[in-house]
Design a protein around this ligand. Structure first.
Ligand code: FES
Length: 352
Protein backbone atom coordinates (compact mmCIF):
# COMPACT_ATOMS: atom_id res chain seq x y z
CA UNK A 1 0.00 0.00 0.00
CA UNK A 2 1.25 3.47 -0.91
CA UNK A 3 2.34 5.34 2.19
CA UNK A 4 1.20 8.89 2.80
CA UNK A 5 4.37 10.95 2.57
CA UNK A 6 5.02 14.64 1.93
CA UNK A 7 8.03 16.91 2.18
CA UNK A 8 8.03 19.39 5.05
CA UNK A 9 10.85 21.94 5.08
CA UNK A 10 13.04 19.56 3.09
CA UNK A 11 12.29 16.48 5.19
CA UNK A 12 10.09 13.57 4.13
CA UNK A 13 7.37 12.88 6.70
CA UNK A 14 4.45 10.48 6.90
CA UNK A 15 0.89 11.53 7.69
CA UNK A 16 -2.57 10.07 8.17
CA UNK A 17 -5.20 10.73 5.51
CA UNK A 18 -7.51 13.55 6.62
CA UNK A 19 -4.87 15.43 8.59
CA UNK A 20 -4.33 19.10 7.85
CA UNK A 21 -0.90 20.53 7.03
CA UNK A 22 -0.92 22.14 10.49
CA UNK A 23 -1.51 18.79 12.20
CA UNK A 24 1.26 17.14 10.20
CA UNK A 25 3.63 19.96 11.12
CA UNK A 26 2.73 19.73 14.83
CA UNK A 27 3.23 15.97 14.82
CA UNK A 28 6.69 16.50 13.39
CA UNK A 29 7.80 19.22 15.79
CA UNK A 30 7.41 22.09 13.30
CA UNK A 31 5.70 25.12 14.84
CA UNK A 32 3.39 27.13 12.61
CA UNK A 33 1.95 30.23 14.29
CA UNK A 34 -1.85 30.41 14.47
CA UNK A 35 -4.40 32.89 15.75
CA UNK A 36 -7.89 31.78 14.84
CA UNK A 37 -7.28 28.04 15.03
CA UNK A 38 -8.96 26.43 18.05
CA UNK A 39 -7.99 22.81 18.51
CA UNK A 40 -10.88 20.38 18.08
CA UNK A 41 -13.10 22.91 16.28
CA UNK A 42 -13.89 23.37 12.60
CA UNK A 43 -11.06 25.47 11.11
CA UNK A 44 -12.31 28.84 9.91
CA UNK A 45 -9.17 29.98 8.08
CA UNK A 46 -10.06 33.51 9.17
CA UNK A 47 -6.79 35.05 10.31
CA UNK A 48 -4.34 33.89 7.58
CA UNK A 49 -1.43 33.76 10.01
CA UNK A 50 -0.81 30.07 9.49
CA UNK A 51 -0.12 30.48 5.76
CA UNK A 52 2.53 28.20 4.27
CA UNK A 53 3.99 27.77 0.81
CA UNK A 54 3.12 24.64 -1.14
CA UNK A 55 5.19 24.18 -4.29
CA UNK A 56 2.97 24.37 -7.39
CA UNK A 57 0.11 26.17 -5.58
CA UNK A 58 -0.81 29.59 -6.97
CA UNK A 59 -1.01 31.26 -3.60
CA UNK A 60 -0.04 30.57 -0.02
CA UNK A 61 -2.46 28.22 1.76
CA UNK A 62 -3.88 28.26 5.29
CA UNK A 63 -2.26 25.26 6.96
CA UNK A 64 -5.04 24.95 9.56
CA UNK A 65 -7.69 24.23 6.96
CA UNK A 66 -5.77 22.65 4.07
CA UNK A 67 -5.66 18.85 4.02
CA UNK A 68 -2.24 17.28 3.58
CA UNK A 69 -1.79 15.42 0.32
CA UNK A 70 0.68 12.86 -0.89
CA UNK A 71 3.77 14.35 -2.53
CA UNK A 72 3.17 17.93 -1.30
CA UNK A 73 6.34 19.98 -0.90
CA UNK A 74 5.71 22.46 1.91
CA UNK A 75 7.77 25.38 3.21
CA UNK A 76 6.64 26.85 6.51
CA UNK A 77 9.36 29.48 6.95
CA UNK A 78 10.16 30.79 3.47
CA UNK A 79 10.83 34.46 2.83
CA UNK A 80 7.42 34.77 1.11
CA UNK A 81 5.67 33.19 4.09
CA UNK A 82 7.43 35.53 6.54
CA UNK A 83 6.62 38.60 4.45
CA UNK A 84 2.94 37.67 4.31
CA UNK A 85 2.63 36.83 8.01
CA UNK A 86 4.31 40.11 8.88
CA UNK A 87 1.88 42.04 6.67
CA UNK A 88 -1.12 40.23 8.16
CA UNK A 89 0.12 40.95 11.67
CA UNK A 90 0.51 44.63 10.81
CA UNK A 91 -3.08 44.75 9.53
CA UNK A 92 -4.30 43.18 12.76
CA UNK A 93 -2.32 45.62 14.89
CA UNK A 94 -3.74 48.51 12.87
CA UNK A 95 -7.27 47.21 13.38
CA UNK A 96 -7.59 48.24 17.01
CA UNK A 97 -6.08 49.74 20.13
CA UNK A 98 -3.34 47.25 20.84
CA UNK A 99 -1.34 49.12 23.45
CA UNK A 100 0.25 46.66 25.82
CA UNK A 101 1.13 48.78 28.85
CA UNK A 102 -1.68 47.70 31.14
CA UNK A 103 -3.14 44.94 29.00
CA UNK A 104 -3.79 41.81 31.06
CA UNK A 105 -2.49 39.63 28.24
CA UNK A 106 0.88 41.35 27.88
CA UNK A 107 3.39 38.51 27.99
CA UNK A 108 0.87 35.88 26.91
CA UNK A 109 -0.70 37.58 23.90
CA UNK A 110 -0.46 35.83 20.54
CA UNK A 111 -0.59 39.12 18.63
CA UNK A 112 2.23 40.54 20.73
CA UNK A 113 4.27 37.36 20.12
CA UNK A 114 3.70 37.64 16.37
CA UNK A 115 4.74 41.30 16.32
CA UNK A 116 7.94 40.36 18.13
CA UNK A 117 8.59 37.29 16.00
CA UNK A 118 8.27 39.26 12.76
CA UNK A 119 10.15 42.31 14.06
CA UNK A 120 7.32 44.83 13.77
CA UNK A 121 8.34 48.04 15.50
CA UNK A 122 6.32 50.38 13.31
CA UNK A 123 3.01 49.76 11.60
CA UNK A 124 2.68 51.16 8.09
CA UNK A 125 -1.10 51.48 8.17
CA UNK A 126 -3.44 53.93 9.77
CA UNK A 127 -5.08 52.58 12.91
CA UNK A 128 -8.84 52.18 12.90
CA UNK A 129 -10.50 51.50 16.23
CA UNK A 130 -13.90 49.87 16.35
CA UNK A 131 -16.48 52.33 17.71
CA UNK A 132 -17.64 50.37 20.73
CA UNK A 133 -17.41 51.12 24.42
CA UNK A 134 -15.85 48.62 26.77
CA UNK A 135 -18.52 46.35 28.36
CA UNK A 136 -17.96 46.15 32.07
CA UNK A 137 -21.47 45.55 33.40
CA UNK A 138 -21.55 41.83 34.06
CA UNK A 139 -19.97 40.34 37.18
CA UNK A 140 -17.26 38.23 35.52
CA UNK A 141 -15.97 39.29 32.10
CA UNK A 142 -14.78 42.61 30.68
CA UNK A 143 -15.22 42.87 26.90
CA UNK A 144 -12.89 45.37 25.22
CA UNK A 145 -13.96 45.57 21.58
CA UNK A 146 -11.06 47.85 20.68
CA UNK A 147 -8.65 44.98 21.33
CA UNK A 148 -10.72 42.36 19.51
CA UNK A 149 -9.14 40.99 16.31
CA UNK A 150 -12.30 39.09 15.27
CA UNK A 151 -10.42 35.82 15.15
CA UNK A 152 -13.65 33.98 16.10
CA UNK A 153 -12.05 31.71 18.69
CA UNK A 154 -14.53 32.93 21.35
CA UNK A 155 -17.45 32.21 19.01
CA UNK A 156 -16.15 28.72 18.33
CA UNK A 157 -15.53 28.12 22.02
CA UNK A 158 -19.13 29.12 22.73
CA UNK A 159 -20.72 27.34 19.79
CA UNK A 160 -18.60 24.23 19.29
CA UNK A 161 -16.84 23.58 22.60
CA UNK A 162 -19.58 24.46 25.11
CA UNK A 163 -22.43 24.40 22.58
CA UNK A 164 -24.13 27.38 24.26
CA UNK A 165 -24.45 29.44 21.08
CA UNK A 166 -24.72 32.68 23.02
CA UNK A 167 -22.32 34.74 20.88
CA UNK A 168 -21.78 35.21 17.15
CA UNK A 169 -20.54 37.72 14.57
CA UNK A 170 -22.55 40.89 14.08
CA UNK A 171 -22.44 43.90 11.72
CA UNK A 172 -20.02 44.37 8.81
CA UNK A 173 -16.70 45.99 7.85
CA UNK A 174 -15.29 48.46 10.39
CA UNK A 175 -18.40 47.95 12.53
CA UNK A 176 -17.94 44.17 12.77
CA UNK A 177 -18.25 42.95 16.33
CA UNK A 178 -18.73 39.81 18.36
CA UNK A 179 -22.27 40.09 19.68
CA UNK A 180 -24.24 38.30 22.36
CA UNK A 181 -27.85 37.63 21.32
CA UNK A 182 -29.05 40.61 19.27
CA UNK A 183 -26.12 42.70 20.58
CA UNK A 184 -26.89 42.96 24.27
CA UNK A 185 -24.51 42.76 27.24
CA UNK A 186 -23.48 39.24 28.19
CA UNK A 187 -25.67 39.14 31.29
CA UNK A 188 -28.79 39.98 29.27
CA UNK A 189 -28.11 37.22 26.73
CA UNK A 190 -28.14 33.41 26.83
CA UNK A 191 -24.56 33.47 28.16
CA UNK A 192 -24.15 31.12 31.12
CA UNK A 193 -20.75 32.57 32.09
CA UNK A 194 -18.81 29.38 31.59
CA UNK A 195 -15.95 31.67 30.55
CA UNK A 196 -14.90 29.45 27.65
CA UNK A 197 -14.62 32.58 25.47
CA UNK A 198 -12.21 34.02 28.01
CA UNK A 199 -9.97 30.99 27.82
CA UNK A 200 -10.04 31.02 24.00
CA UNK A 201 -9.29 34.73 23.49
CA UNK A 202 -5.68 35.05 22.23
CA UNK A 203 -5.44 38.78 22.99
CA UNK A 204 -6.69 41.14 25.70
CA UNK A 205 -10.22 41.59 24.35
CA UNK A 206 -11.81 39.37 27.00
CA UNK A 207 -10.52 39.72 30.52
CA UNK A 208 -11.63 38.21 33.80
CA UNK A 209 -12.89 41.04 35.95
CA UNK A 210 -11.53 39.74 39.24
CA UNK A 211 -8.11 39.14 37.68
CA UNK A 212 -7.69 42.73 36.45
CA UNK A 213 -4.39 44.09 37.84
CA UNK A 214 -4.07 41.03 40.09
CA UNK A 215 -1.27 39.36 38.11
CA UNK A 216 -0.52 38.67 34.47
CA UNK A 217 -0.07 35.14 33.22
CA UNK A 218 3.69 35.59 32.90
CA UNK A 219 3.91 36.47 36.62
CA UNK A 220 1.86 33.65 38.11
CA UNK A 221 2.61 30.15 39.28
CA UNK A 222 0.46 27.52 37.59
CA UNK A 223 -0.95 24.79 39.82
CA UNK A 224 -2.94 21.86 38.52
CA UNK A 225 -5.76 20.62 40.71
CA UNK A 226 -9.24 19.10 40.71
CA UNK A 227 -12.35 21.28 40.91
CA UNK A 228 -13.90 21.12 44.41
CA UNK A 229 -17.51 21.69 43.35
CA UNK A 230 -18.95 18.39 42.20
CA UNK A 231 -17.98 14.77 41.72
CA UNK A 232 -17.10 15.11 38.01
CA UNK A 233 -13.48 15.91 38.84
CA UNK A 234 -12.78 18.62 36.25
CA UNK A 235 -9.12 19.47 35.92
CA UNK A 236 -8.19 23.04 36.75
CA UNK A 237 -5.09 25.12 36.24
CA UNK A 238 -4.92 27.68 39.02
CA UNK A 239 -2.93 30.82 38.35
CA UNK A 240 -1.50 31.79 41.72
CA UNK A 241 0.33 34.93 42.78
CA UNK A 242 1.43 35.74 46.33
CA UNK A 243 -0.43 32.62 47.53
CA UNK A 244 -3.76 33.86 46.14
CA UNK A 245 -5.66 32.52 43.14
CA UNK A 246 -5.74 35.13 40.42
CA UNK A 247 -7.55 33.12 37.78
CA UNK A 248 -8.72 29.61 36.92
CA UNK A 249 -8.43 27.93 33.54
CA UNK A 250 -9.41 24.43 32.47
CA UNK A 251 -6.56 22.06 31.67
CA UNK A 252 -6.58 21.47 27.91
CA UNK A 253 -6.57 17.86 26.69
CA UNK A 254 -7.21 16.38 30.14
CA UNK A 255 -10.19 14.17 31.03
CA UNK A 256 -12.94 14.52 32.06
CA UNK A 257 -13.56 18.16 31.08
CA UNK A 258 -11.13 18.42 28.11
CA UNK A 259 -10.56 22.15 28.55
CA UNK A 260 -14.13 23.05 29.57
CA UNK A 261 -15.45 24.51 32.83
CA UNK A 262 -18.74 25.72 34.25
CA UNK A 263 -19.30 29.07 35.93
CA UNK A 264 -18.61 27.67 39.40
CA UNK A 265 -15.38 25.95 38.47
CA UNK A 266 -14.02 28.96 36.64
CA UNK A 267 -15.18 31.87 38.77
CA UNK A 268 -16.33 30.47 42.11
CA UNK A 269 -13.13 30.42 44.10
CA UNK A 270 -13.69 33.41 46.43
CA UNK A 271 -15.02 31.20 49.22
CA UNK A 272 -11.47 30.03 49.87
CA UNK A 273 -10.66 33.42 51.34
CA UNK A 274 -13.96 33.97 53.18
CA UNK A 275 -13.71 35.02 56.80
CA UNK A 276 -16.86 32.95 57.48
CA UNK A 277 -15.30 29.72 56.30
CA UNK A 278 -15.39 26.93 58.90
CA UNK A 279 -11.91 25.75 59.76
CA UNK A 280 -12.68 23.31 62.60
CA UNK A 281 -15.65 21.09 63.50
CA UNK A 282 -18.26 22.72 65.73
CA UNK A 283 -20.18 20.95 68.53
CA UNK A 284 -23.46 22.38 69.74
CA UNK A 285 -23.77 22.58 73.54
CA UNK A 286 -26.64 24.32 75.31
CA UNK A 287 -27.74 25.83 72.00
CA UNK A 288 -24.30 27.32 71.28
CA UNK A 289 -21.57 26.09 68.93
CA UNK A 290 -18.04 25.59 70.22
CA UNK A 291 -14.95 24.63 68.25
CA UNK A 292 -13.75 21.04 68.62
CA UNK A 293 -11.00 18.80 67.31
CA UNK A 294 -11.74 16.27 64.56
CA UNK A 295 -11.12 13.38 67.01
CA UNK A 296 -13.61 14.77 69.50
CA UNK A 297 -16.25 15.48 66.84
CA UNK A 298 -15.93 12.04 65.21
CA UNK A 299 -16.04 10.24 68.59
CA UNK A 300 -19.22 12.12 69.45
CA UNK A 301 -20.91 11.27 66.12
CA UNK A 302 -19.92 7.59 66.42
CA UNK A 303 -21.22 7.29 69.97
CA UNK A 304 -24.53 8.98 69.07
CA UNK A 305 -25.05 6.66 66.11
CA UNK A 306 -24.31 3.68 68.34
CA UNK A 307 -26.77 4.78 70.99
CA UNK A 308 -29.58 5.49 68.51
CA UNK A 309 -29.11 2.13 66.74
CA UNK A 310 -29.00 0.21 70.07
CA UNK A 311 -32.15 1.90 71.33
CA UNK A 312 -34.26 2.15 68.15
CA UNK A 313 -32.77 -0.21 65.55
CA UNK A 314 -30.72 0.47 62.38
CA UNK A 315 -33.61 2.01 60.43
CA UNK A 316 -33.68 4.87 62.91
CA UNK A 317 -30.63 6.38 61.20
CA UNK A 318 -30.17 7.60 57.64
CA UNK A 319 -27.37 9.04 55.59
CA UNK A 320 -27.34 11.67 52.85
CA UNK A 321 -24.15 11.77 50.85
CA UNK A 322 -23.06 15.05 49.34
CA UNK A 323 -23.39 15.21 45.54
CA UNK A 324 -20.13 17.14 45.48
CA UNK A 325 -18.26 14.20 46.95
CA UNK A 326 -16.14 12.05 44.73
CA UNK A 327 -17.56 8.64 43.75
CA UNK A 328 -15.20 6.82 46.10
CA UNK A 329 -16.44 8.80 49.13
CA UNK A 330 -20.08 8.16 48.22
CA UNK A 331 -19.31 4.47 47.80
CA UNK A 332 -17.72 4.33 51.25
CA UNK A 333 -20.69 6.18 52.74
CA UNK A 334 -23.18 3.62 51.42
CA UNK A 335 -20.85 0.82 52.61
CA UNK A 336 -20.87 2.34 56.09
CA UNK A 337 -24.67 2.49 56.20
CA UNK A 338 -25.40 -0.83 54.54
CA UNK A 339 -22.46 -2.90 55.78
CA UNK A 340 -21.88 -1.48 59.27
CA UNK A 341 -25.17 0.12 60.35
CA UNK A 342 -27.28 -2.52 58.48
CA UNK A 343 -29.75 -0.09 56.93
CA UNK A 344 -30.60 0.87 53.37
CA UNK A 345 -31.46 4.41 54.44
CA UNK A 346 -28.84 6.02 52.25
CA UNK A 347 -29.27 8.62 49.51
CA UNK A 348 -27.48 11.60 48.07
CA UNK A 349 -28.55 15.19 47.78
CA UNK A 350 -29.38 16.73 44.42
CA UNK A 351 -26.61 18.63 42.70
CA UNK A 352 -26.72 22.39 43.12
FE1 FES B 1 -5.13 29.27 10.16
FE2 FES B 1 -6.03 31.46 11.32
S1 FES B 1 -4.87 29.90 12.18
S2 FES B 1 -6.18 30.89 9.25
Amino acid sequence: MDSFVLTLNGKQVEFEPGQTILQVAENNGVHIPTLCYLKGCTPTGACRICLVEVEGARSLVASCSTPAEKGMVIHTESERVHRTRKLTTEFLIASGKHDCITCERSGSCTLQDLAYRYGIDTVRFETTVRPYEKEDVNPFIIRDFTRCILCSRCVQACQEVQVNRAISFGYRGPHAKIIAGGDVPYHESDCVFCGQCLQACPVGALVEKKARFAGREKDVEKVRTTCPYCGVGCQLELQVKDKRIVKVNAVEDAAPNKGRLCVKGRFGYDFIYSEDRLKTPLIRENGEFREASWDEALDLVASRFKTIIEEHGPDAVAGVSCARSINEDSYQMQKLFRGVFKTNNIDHCART
